[in-house]
Design a protein around this ligand. Structure first.
Ligand code: ADP
Length: 487
């Protein structure tokens, strides 16, 4: 499916997502914490209330059972509950009449006779009596408005099993429910506050942390609109992941920019280089068109010139291809190794054979075969470029010295000639693409100004170095160092 047809997802900022996430997290933690606290507080409170109901029921039933009434009536119940306690009893509640204590408390105590008719009550009971011969401790039951605590027990005459009435104690739990509601409101307000604050905090924190992304975003926009722009990301002073990302991004942009510049410069250089041979060819063809048929000497001369320029162009194309390949050796031939002595010997012998008018000298200080990290063909290519130049730019003294030596972890190959040499200000430039010290002379010798550029890229692709020491009028020494490969 075409990606343009896919429905676009709604943009939701990371800040909003982060704020929602932190608020949600705070909500879950707060709810878990508050429920645990609520639960433990609640069960503690209920336990206390239950104990109070049970002990009240016990005191009252004890008092009534001690008074030996045959049957319970309003009169004898009040009498028993209003009586002061004898001196042997201990505790404040025992010393005062029970009714006084009951009036102070929020409990509803109801006493029934044997038939289940109420004979005394401290308030309006919410639950009807359920006669039972068993004692029931305080437990939660459904009341009129909310849950209440209810305890009941039969009253027996002291010393016998005879039931003389029933006692029911209710705790409407009014203050408990009030406190509960109060706490719930406070917890809810706190929850709202915590969620709001954590959301806001999350939002501002992300806003601060992500602000470097804005710079990356605007730089990207600028560069994608015009790749030649030199807009760069403003790297924050904080040494964190985003600062690193910004630095990496700038590095990548620098590299891309370099590639773009190189590319356009290369195209410019190539078209410039091609212009001369094309112009020469065109000129000769025009000459041929005009006079070629009548003047056979012009025909021969022009055909020769055209041939020569075509050869040069062919050579140029081959060298440009070599140059572009040399840029990728690092990736393609990373693990290649070559015995340096073998290749140097071979090139030395070849040149000796091809140029018998020159004196070649090879000084091998290695004394034993040494492997260097480079592909054999590339080492050969570098040596050919250097020896070719040595011959091309030699003058009266037709000598080329090749030296092989070794340092701690590299091998050095030096190619020395005693020719025209290069002026100090030119020594750096000769490694540039299409650079020639004397364009016309170099052209005559068939040079395109690419040889040393290819050699430099190849050597550096294998993590070696190439340098030049030269003296104008006395000659030059090119030194190449290549890392030794461990056996
Ligand atoms: P070219 O194909 O023109 O020789 P190179 O890249 O090999 O291109 O060399 C670049 C320029 O450096 C040459 O044009 C020449 O002027 C100079 N040069 C290279 N080698 C030598 C040398 N051994 N002696 C003097 N000049 C040299």
């Amino acid at each position: 499916m075409n990606s343009e047809q896919e429905p676009q997802k709604r943009f939701i900022s990371l800040k909003v997502k982060w704020a929602i996430g932190t608020a949600l997290g705070a909500f879950v933690i707060f709810v878990a914490l508050a429920s645990t606290l609520f639960w433990s507080f609640n069960s503690d409170l209920l336990k206390q209330e239950k104990q109070a109901v049970n002990s009240s029921a016990q005191i009252i039933s004890h008092r009534l059972e001690n008074e030996h009434p045959v049957s319970l009536t309003e009169h004898n119940v009040q009498d028993a509950l209003l009586k002061k306690q004898p001196a042997r009893a201990t505790g404040n509640f025992y010393k005062t009449p029970v009714v006084e204590g009951l009036a102070d408390s929020h409990l509803v105590v109801t006493i029934y006779d044997r038939q289940g008719q109420p004979v005394f009550s401290t308030g309006q009971p919410q639950k009807k009596l359920v006669k039972s011969s068993r004692e029931k401790n305080a437990q939660l039951v459904r009341g009129n408005d909310h849950r209440i605590l209810l305890a009941s027990r039969p009253l027996r005459r002291e010393g016998s099993q005879q039931v003389i009435g029933y006692l029911q104690v209710e705790n409407p739990l009014n203050s408990y429910h009030k406190r509960f509601a109060h706490m719930a409101v406070i917890a809810l307000l706190l929850l709202l506050l915590v969620v709001l604050l954590s959301g806001l905090l999350g939002y501002f924190l992300t806003y601060l942390l992500l602000s470097p992304l804005n710079s990356i975003h605007s730089t990207l926009e600028e560069v994608s609109a015009d790749p030649t722009r030199d807009a760069r990301v403003e790297v924050s002073r904080a040494n964190d992941e985003l600062a690193k990302l910004g630095q990496m991004f700038n590095k990548m942009l620098d590299q891309t920019q370099r590639y773009i510049n190189q590319q356009s410069q290369f195209v410019g250089d190539v078209s410039h280089e091609l212009r001369t041979p094309m112009a020469i060819i065109q000129g000769h063809i025009q000459m041929l068109q005009r006079w070629g048929k009548e003047k056979p000497e012009i025909l021969d001369e022009s055909i020769d010139a055209i041939m020569q320029e075509t050869k040069r162009m062919n050579n140029l194309v081959k060298e440009m291809l070599d140059l572009s390949r040399a840029e990728q050796v690092d990736i393609q031939f990373r693990d290649s190794t070559t015995v340096v002595n073998d290749v140097v010997n071979q090139v030395y012998n070849d040149f000796k054979m091809i140029h018998p008018d020159f004196v070649f000298m090879l000084d091998d200080d290695l004394h034993r075969p040494v492997k260097v990290k480079i592909h054999r063909d590339h080492l050969e290519q570098i040596l050919i470029i250097l020896c070719d130049n040595a011959i091309k730019y030699s003058t009266q003294r037709k000598e080329v010295h090749i030296t092989l030596s070794k340092s701690l972890n590299a091998v050095e190959i030096a190619v020395q000639d005693f020719g025209e040499g290069i002026a100090p200000e030119e020594t750096k430039k000769v490694f540039d693409r299409f650079y020639r010290v004397d364009k016309a002379r170099s052209r005559k010798k068939g040079g395109n100004g690419l040889g040393l550029a290819i050699a430099k890229r190849l050597v550096e692709g294998y993590h070696g170095t190439i340098s030049l020491e030269s003296s104008l009028g006395y000659g030059s020494i090119f030194r190449v160092t290549l890392p030794i490969a461990e056996d």
